[in-house]
Write a protein that binds this ligand. Structure first.
Ligand code: CO8
Length: 260
């Protein structure tokens, strides 16, 4: 798919996806959402890519939410379908066998904050601002904000963000665990790449199963989660990478993982 509203850059083993509508602060319209869907599939399908980085064009916004011009026109049934479609794109990011890192370079509001929440890790620049301002538009969050935010920062903090619609700073986001790190804006992509490369140095199947165990584990009782962990652990024991990883450690050399 030729991208009109995204930049897709391969820097093996990392792919950087940049939402590129800076005139509207990278707001997500339907076309952009479809392109994001395609780009995420591209990351997942490409064997040379191990981690995806999501960011926004310019120095002002990551993504300032769903495109309000489109939202204003939505009829109920279409609105529901559109909401479900957006959720499915973000679900694909969260459920991806390869981690995505949000490199948040400015406003992450509404659907933009929700996009960041769907990623495995979030690195923010000092000027980043977070919020779920939907209530100011007569709406509620529609791309998972009522669900993922509470799971990440706790119910009380999530409700404060969702009910007030107010923005919080990068430092406040760090304090409540909404982001993993805060760095100066010029260092943002380098730091996201740095994290990505640390992850990419590890065994790909182990990374995949960690994502699965943590994500699924949060949705099921702990006893079932522990059972899932044991099952995935044993699956790791069948991989060439586990043999290589343990052998390399004992031979005091770096492991060469192949993802098999
Ligand atoms: N959609 C469309 N256009 C936008 C958006 C947006 N979300 N955000 C900014 N823009 C546009 C502005 O209209 C403006 O355009 P123009 O230059 O033509 O006037 C341009 O971007 C620059 O913005 P501002 O002039 O407003 O810049 P400021 O620095 O003054 O303010 C803000 C920056 C605070 C980020 C401000 O632009 C703002 O509040 N934006 C809206 C943020 C928002 O409410 N986002 C949530 C949208 S709702 C949502 O995301 C729901 C997701 C689930 C959808 C489910 C579907 C069914």
């Amino acid at each position: 798919m030729p991208y009109e509203n995204l930049l897709y850059e391969k820097r093996d083993p990392v792919a950087v996806i940049t939402v590129n509508r800076p005139k509207v602060l990278n707001a997500l319209n339907r076309r952009t959402l479809e392109e994001l869907d395609a780009a995420v599939r591209e990351v997942i399908a490409d064997d040379s890519i191990r981690v995806g980085i999501l960011t926004g064009a310019g120095e002002k916004a990551f993504v300032a939410g769903a495109d309000i011009n489109e939202l204003a026109q939505l009829a109920p049934v279409v609105g529901r379908d559109y909401g479900l479609y957006g959720q499915s794109v973000l679900d694909r990011i969260e459920g991806s066998p390869k981690p995505f890192i949000a490199a948040i370079n400015g406003y992450a509001l509404g659907g933009g904050c929700e996009l960041a929440l769907a990623c495995a890790l979030r690195v923010a620049s000092e000027n980043a601002r977070f919020g779920q301002p939907e209530v100011k538009l007569g709406l509620i969050p529609g791309y998972g904000g009522t669900q993922r935010l509470g799971r990440l920062v706790g119910k009380g903090r999530a409700l404060q963000i969702v009910l007030t619609g107010e923005q919080i700073t990068a430092e406040q986001a760090l304090k409540i665990g909404l982001v993993n790190e805060v760095v100066p804006l010029p260092d943002l992509i380098a730091e996201a790449e740095n994290l990505a490369k640390k992850i990419a140095a590890n065994a790909p199947l182990a990374i995949r199963f960690c994502l699965e165990a943590v994500n699924r584990g949060l949705e099921i009782p702990q006893a079932e989660g522990l059972f899932l962990e044991a099952t995935l652990f044993s699956l790791c024991c069948t991989t060439e990478d586990m043999k290589e990883g343990t052998k390399a450690f004992l031979e005091k050399r770096p492991a060469k993982f192949t993802g098999r």
